[in-house]
Design a protein around this ligand. Structure first.
Ligand SMILES: Nc1nc2c(ncn2[C@@H]2O[C@H](COP(=O)(O)OP(=O)(O)OP(=O)(O)O)[C@@H](O)[C@H]2O)c(=O)[nH]1
Length: 402
């Protein structure tokens, strides 16, 4: 059965009753399904400081195994499924504001650039050739890309040419056009419940938010009642491994890790075997993203894929590419590069908060047509949500909630 990420009943609601005394301080799965949030949440609670990772009884990290050829390995780390925490540990408080409000706030740099430009062009002015050219240029500088910019302005010209149009009308038309372009790529991340595990390989340039995204996804899956294992496949950097371990603790997920410099493919192989043995629902594999050594990275990623196919020839079932929205058009190059290395099945756009270049999502959608499964608007564990085309388009144009 295919389950849609976020689209299920909150597992806590179903299982909390028979859980032992371990108290859950906050109903962790408060998020809505994919549906947009029509009403902002009350602003009663103070903004929480991110507490340090709680002392949760997570299984100890598996022993570090020496690098070896995956086929020969018999000493897979011991992780007992019963030890998985029954509930998500207490961690960060859910943000007080609703998602749409936060998305709008996050995209405010991108939207103010656009809305100020639109007001400048269209206040008391007819939609003539010159205005259209200025608008097209504005959209290009806001990272929507030349193709999208041309398409969107042509649509506006088709219906309003020669007429006096208000900035509000232009924004509404643009939002509708943007929603049309990004709508087809707004696809939830689907998890096949029949797979034990569903393997998700997470790739992307260093710093684009792979590890953080893995942590956020892990929390969400755990909140849905799924068992999750994390594999620290960025064996190159010690900090990347320890960062993933922290996310493992925060989300109550075992982490398979090895020493720095260990063979990433071997580690992925071990992790998949272990996840299989334990009947874990989802295995999230972190990877390195050193583009400086493109050939080396390509070989490493391809080897990971090759090697995990020895355990499950259908794996990885999902290959997510994280893209940092602040890098603007550079994200296009990254899609091309990673698409050549591995079979990228979907994108996650991170750091849409504070980026003045959020429009890049539109040009990516237009050009690559790859599913955008989710967007990140902050560093916190709750700051990732499925991508909603209408919400995004309205936020980008600074318009009120859909
Ligand atoms: N503002 C903001 N920061 C984010 C978001 N996602 C990740 N970050 C931050 O971006 C930085 C890099 O994130 P990582 O998850 O370490 O990125 P990575 O791709 O795993 O990078 P390496 O560990 O270097 O391979 C961290 O400081 C994160 O907290 C987001 O959606 N918004």
């Amino acid at each position: 059965m295919i389950l849609r990420w976020f689209g299920r009943k909150k597992p806590e609601e179903e299982t909390r009753k028979d859980e032992p005394s371990a108290p859950l301080p906050e109903p962790v799965a408060e998020e809505q399904p994919l549906a947009p949030e029509p009403v902002p949440e009350p602003e009663s609670r103070p903004e929480p400081e991110l507490p340090p990772p709680p002392a949760v009884e997570t299984p100890p990290p598996p022993p570090v195994a020496p690098p070896s050829e995956p086929e020969e390995r018999e000493d897979a780390p011991e992780i007992v499924r019963d030890e998985l925490p029954a509930a998500l540990p207490a961690d960060e408080e859910k943000p007080k504001k609703g998602w749409f409000a936060r998305l709008k706030e996050g995209l405010s740099k991108s939207s103010s650039k656009l809305t100020e430009g639109i007001s400048g062009i269209f206040t008391k002015r007819k939609l003539d050739e010159e205005a259209l050219e200025e608008l097209e240029e504005l959209l290009i500088t806001a990272d929507l890309g030349p193709t999208t910019a041309a398409k969107v302005t042509a649509e506006l010209a088709r219906t309003r040419f020669g007429k006096e149009v208000s900035p509000e009308e232009v924004k509404a038309t643009l939002a509708a056009e943007v929603a049309k372009i990004v709508g087809p790529v707004a696809k939830p991340l689907e998890i096949d419940a029949a797979l034990k595990p569903h393997v998700i390989l997470v790739v992307g340039v260093n710093g684009t938010g792979k590890t953080t995204t893995i942590g956020k996804l892990a929390r969400q899956f755990r909140a849905e009642g799924k068992t999750v294992m994390l594999a620290a496949g960025d064996t190159f950097r010690a900090a990347a491994v320890s960062q993933l371990k922290i996310w493992g603790e925060r989300t109550g997920c075992p982490v398979i890790a090895r020493d720095t410099g260990a063979d990433a493919a071997g580690l992925a192989f071990d992790a998949l075997e272990e996840a299989r043995r334990q009947g874990v629902d989802i295995l999230l594999i972190d990877t390195a993203g050193r583009l400086q050594n493109k050939a080396g990275l390509m070989e490493e990623l391809r080897k990971i894929v090759r090697v995990i196919k020895k355990v499950d020839e259908t794996a990885p079932h999902t290959t997510l590419l994280t893209l940092d929205a602040t890098t603007g058009q550079n994200a296009h190059n990254q899609v091309e590069v990673f698409r050549d290395m591995v079979n990228v099945s979907g994108l996650i756009l991170t750091k849409l908060d504070g980026s003045a270049r959020g429009g890049v999502l539109v040009s990516l959608a237009e050009r690559f047509k790859l599913p955008v499964h989710a967007i990140g608007i902050g560093e916190g564990v709750y700051d990732l949500r499925p991508f909603d085309a209408d919400q995004f388009a309205k936020s980008l144009m600074g318009l009120p909630s859909p």
